[in-house]
Design a protein around this ligand. Structure first.
Ligand code: HEM
Length: 424
């Protein structure tokens, strides 16, 4: 190691720098090309964009950082505006994200409350509900022969499922999904980003009312689990943290799965032989979803702050510096995946990091996968010949973390509704 760093007078390797602005339209258009160049050329490098951050693109250093959560901290210190601890978003969000922006031991208090509701078994148990919502969404459009599949399907299904997990009236889903939507695709500093902040604070008010209600009159839902939980001394958990945990389940649950399935549907349109193969044999869909997670990268980045001077991938990162973990790039690392740029729908093994890794690995991953499989199954069964109007297709203008589509305009052979109704 010493010899490797001896190319500078002081024995420290010069800092590798890149010019990466992940909010730019250039990155949005060329993220695959840029990621591939970073993975092979500079797997750990510094970019001056957005106040300066390290970008970790190599699979091995990325997993190393995710697993060393005390050195690469997720913590956001809202109490001190001068603290370097700025959480997991770049730029940081102005609100609390619980448990994502907590470190242990406080982190585990909340994560343990979320795990049972979102376990593999509980997620599978929700499959009939998810299928009913999917069928009802498709019923609204199949007779017409045309649909924006984001508006009609990939947006409402995850939103309604997330509402039902939390115990929020299903009919209100747009009041919660819209602010999150606006936040994830508005470039920082734009009027839309400002509108998103206002809309999110209104949403927080709505959640606060529900948490207050469930504290006195609990039901069988996740808001009640969080609202009635106490610490080791029997004291209820702080209200702002409980509200933030509900808010993060909404943020995590709503746009991520939307982005995954929208991209998957577009990719299948572009690859009709693969679409026909999945339509003919739906048992192939679960493995295909894993590959879509790897190559379509719905969540591209999450950040950390270094809590001490540390070496990662041959680079010296100083205490207090920001570190951005590029999941999308790591999923294309030839050191970790055979022919990574090829989409192989039956790829095994497939140890992608689309859900992260380590203690903060996505708590909703099981629920996300059940939803993705059901939505793809139902689309391929009911409207297998859909055609995407690529002229009108609009991707998110900016990738804060999520890489999605604003719309997915399609036409297809009309077919009658099957009579599915939305659950109450
Ligand atoms: C395709 C869908 C999804 C993708 C790609 C995704 C991706 C991720 C990633 C990469 C993380 C790790 C963040 C970090 O390390 O800082 C994460 C965390 C999280 N996700 Fe997901 N997610 C998805 C769906 C969901 C769903 C459906 C829910 C809830 C219903 C959810 C809730 C959360 C929460 C609460 C966290 C924070 C976990 C913690 O800090 O312990 N996600 N997600």
């Amino acid at each position: 190691m010493e010899a490797e760093r001896s190319d500078d007078a002081d024995g420290v390797r010069p800092r590798a720098t890149i010019d990466l602005d992940h909010h730019s339209s250039d990155y949005q258009r060329r993220w695959r090309e840029i990621s591939d160049a970073n993975v092979t050329g500079c797997p750990v490098a510094y970019t001056p964009a957005h106040g300066g951050t390290w970008v970790v693109s190599g699979y091995e250093p990325l997993v190393e950082a995710l697993r060393d959560h005390s050195t690469f901290s997720s913590f956001y210190d809202h109490s001190d505006p001068d603290s370097p601890m700025r959480g997991t978003s770049n730029p940081p969000t102005p609100y609390l994200n619980v448990p994502q922006e907590l470190d242990p031991p406080e982190f585990f208090t909340y994560r343990r409350l979320l795990n049972p509701t979102l376990s593999p078994e509980q997620s599978r148990r929700r499959e009939p509900f998810i299928r009913q919502v999917t069928a009802a969404c498709l019923d609204r459009v199949t007779p017409t022969g045309r649909a924006d599949l984001v508006d009609a399907l990939t947006n409402p299904v995850p939103a309604i499922v997330t509402m039902s997990v939390l115990g929020i009236p299903l009919a209100d889903f747009e009041r919660y999904a819209q602010p999150v939507h606006l936040m994830v695709y508005s470039p920082p500093g734009t009027p839309d980003a400002a509108r998103a902040v206002t809309a999110l604070s209104e949403m927080t008010g709505l959640i606060a009312q529900l948490v207050g209600q469930r504290r006195v009159d609990p039901a069988d839902d996740l808001i009640s689990v969080l609202a009635t939980a106490t610490d080791d001394d029997g004291v209820p958990l702080p209200l702002d943290h409980v509200i933030a945990a509900c808010g993060l389940v909404i943020a995590g649950g709503v746009d991520t799965t939307t982005a995954l399935v929208s991209h998957a549907l577009h990719w299948l349109y572009r690859n009709p032989a693969e679409r026909d193969r999945l339509a003919a044999d739906p048992t192939l869909i679960p493995d295909a979803v894993e590959e879509f997670l790897r190559v379509l990268a719905p969540v591209q980045f999450m950040s950390r702050t270094a809590t001490r001077d540390v070496e990662l991938g041959g680079q010296r990162i100083a205490a207090g510096e920001r570190v951005m973990l590029a999941f999308a790039a790591a999923n294309r690392d030839p050191a970790a995946f055979d022919c990574p740029t090829e989409v192989r729908l039956d790829r095994t093994p497939n140890r992608h990091v689309a859900f992260g890794s380590g203690i903060h690995r996505c708590v909703g991953s099981h629920l996300a996968k059940v939803q993705a499989v059901v939505m793809l199954e139902e689309v391929l069964r009911r409207i297998p010949d859909y055609v995407v109007d690529e002229e009108r297709l609009r991707p998110y203008p900016s990738i804060r973390a999520i890489n999605g589509y604003i719309n997915l305009p399609t036409t297809f052979t009309p077919s009658p509704a099957v009579g599915a109704t939305f659950p109450e």
